[in-house]
Design a protein around this ligand. Structure first.
Ligand SMILES: *[C@@H]1O[C@H](CO)[C@@H](O)[C@H](O)[C@H]1NC(C)=O
Ligand SMILES: *[C@@H]1O[C@H](CO)[C@@H](O)[C@H](O)[C@H]1NC(C)=O
Ligand SMILES: *[C@@H]1O[C@H](CO)[C@@H](O)[C@H](O)[C@H]1NC(C)=O
Ligand SMILES: *[C@@H]1O[C@H](CO)[C@@H](O)[C@H](O)[C@H]1NC(C)=O
Ligand SMILES: [Fe+2]
Length: 439
């Protein structure tokens, strides 16, 4: 008998090591769909599963019921590292959501279901005044902001996330295991609120493919494009774009042109009077800044920054003129591992608004560089004598909280993850009118 038991055990152990299969959904995260009635959920399994599905239902009273179901689709991703690790990415769209309603959901297939999560469907009324967390450069190691973001999401303080590039450090590291671990770390955030991203330089490996496969950023026409897309959120139209096309040109320099043309089309649409009346704030996010006061030799340190002025000498596809022309209100970037706020600026000159309150009816876009969420490269120092356009700087871990109050008011707070959640900078941007700036 003893012999039989141990034989059985060793057969089982052998089987497990030879045919171990992983069908359990993991790394669940949300992103916005093409309009407020949709939410996209993306997850991963190591092995191929039966048809992926999301089951969901409005909270109501009593135990959660999953009275709705949508079928998703799976894509095989093979990481470019030496192990050529395989993973299956699953995506499903939840549709016809009632504005502001809380939904419970889980994802999976007949091979296994995830834990249950919940989210609030996006409101579409004019009184919706969401708060977003905005940051870049958040890694698996030294990710100081992660516990704060996890807690504030669960408490309902934060409605959505804008991650302004550089994730995980790096998603492809250790044959993409760092990517897996980072996506598990952000699940307590991203399974509950939409996690909106743009690409940074740390995503570039294998032509940005870990980033392309693991996220699902939806353009208004319903197509997924993680490099550039836009969405309406409360009183804002938010545009995400890639600064990396300007630097990793060997992946295809034509992408600079395609993106630029898309950006202009999107801005033309967003500034049509009927659209801008509903979403008067135009906010953009891209990883590398146009300006910065850091003590390094990054693009933003140069008078003719490539992001700002475009391809050297030709000055083609520069973004500062484009954003100025269409009256972009606020520009977020990261890359520098610090926080810096500028006075309203165009072409290296300050264009304050009211004398006593420079962010009241500013005469040029406001730039915020928020790249200190925490990563293994620590924080970046500043030069001793910054230019007159630099209003406030701090080399400290943390993230920005932005509340879109209404058509006239936005407030921004810089939260320190080191000083126990203390606010280290606070401003309001007040605008009676949104539109092109007059020189
Ligand atoms: C908000 O969405 C609901 C349901 O989809 C729709 O009936 C209503 O007209 C929308 N309201 C606005 C202001 O767009
Ligand atoms: C990189 O991916 C983009 C699409 O995201 C594609 O247009 C481009 O051709 C790719 N470049 C290379 C070198 O594979
Ligand atoms: C902009 O406003 C700030 C704060 O009032 C002030 O320190 C700065 O000198 C102003 N710059 C210009 C060019 O007016
Ligand atoms: C807009 O929001 C600000 C800040 O909450 C508030 O002071 C102001 O009264 C609001 N304006 C309108 C028109 O509701
Ligand atoms: Fe970066």
């Amino acid at each position: 008998m003893r012999f039989h038991v141990s034989l059985l055990v060793s057969i089982c152990v052998l089987r497990a090591s030879a045919d171990e299969i992983h069908l359990q959904p993991e790394q669940i995260h949300l992103s916005l769909g093409s309009d407020p009635s949709q939410m996209v959920v993306t997850w991963l399994t190591v092995d191929e599963t039966a048809t992926p599905r999301v089951r969901f239902g409005a909270a109501g009273s009593g135990p959660p019921k999953f009275d709705r179901e949508e079928t998703g689709y799976s894509t095989l991703y093979v990481d470019g590292g030496t192990e050529q690790r395989k993973m299956y990415i699953h995506r499903a769209f939840m549709t016809s959501l009632a504005p502001g309603e809380t939904y419970y959901y889980h994802v999976g297939s007949t091979d296994g279901w995830s834990s249950m999560f919940w989210f609030k469907a996006q409101r579409n009324d004019s009184a919706f005044a969401p708060t977003l967390a905005v940051y870049g450069d958040l890694g698996n190691v030294n990710g100081h902001s992660i516990p704060f973001l996890q807690e504030e999401t669960q408490r309902g303080v934060i409605d959505a996330i804008l991650h302004v590039g550089d994730l995980a450090y790096d998603m492809n590291s250790d044959n993409a295991r760092v990517g897996d671990e980072f996506m598990r770390q952000i699940e307590p955030i991203a399974a509950y609120v939409p996690y909106q991203t743009c690409p940074g330089n740390h995503e570039n490996a294998y032509n940005f493919s870990n980033y392309d496969y693991r996220f699902s950023m939806v353009q208004s026409n319903g197509e997924i494009n993680n490099h550039y897309y836009s969405f309406n959120y409360g009183p804002a139209h938010i545009i995400s774009y890639s600064t990396e096309f300007y630097f990793f040109i060997w992946f295809g320099w034509h992408q600079i042109k395609y993106q630029y043309e898309w950006l202009e089309r999107d801005l033309i649409e967003a500034t049509k009077p009927e659209n801008r009346a509903k979403h008067p704030w135009i906010i953009v996010m891209g990883h590398r800044p146009m300006y910065c006061s850091n003590d390094d030799d990054d693009d933003c340190r140069f008078k003719e920054s490539i992001v700002r002025r475009g391809i050297p000498i030709m000055h083609a596809y520069g973004l500062e003129d484009l954003f100025y022309k269409y009256g972009v209100d606020l520009e977020f970037s990261a890359h520098e591992h610090s926080y810096e706020r500028l006075w309203p600026i165009y072409d290296r000159k300050v264009y304050n608004g009211s004398l006593s309150a420079p962010y009241t009816n500013p005469k040029a876009p406001v730039h915020i560089i928020t790249g200190s969420a925490g990563c293994q490269e620590y924080v970046d120092p500043f030069v001793k004598n910054p230019a007159d356009w630099s209003a406030f700087r701090i080399s400290d871990y943390g993230y920005t909280r932005m509340t879109l109050h209404n058509a006239t008011h936005i407030s921004l707070e810089q939260m320190s993850a080191i000083k126990e959640g203390q606010i280290v900078d606070r401003i309001s941007i007040i605008k009676d009118h949104h539109g092109p700036y007059s020189p």
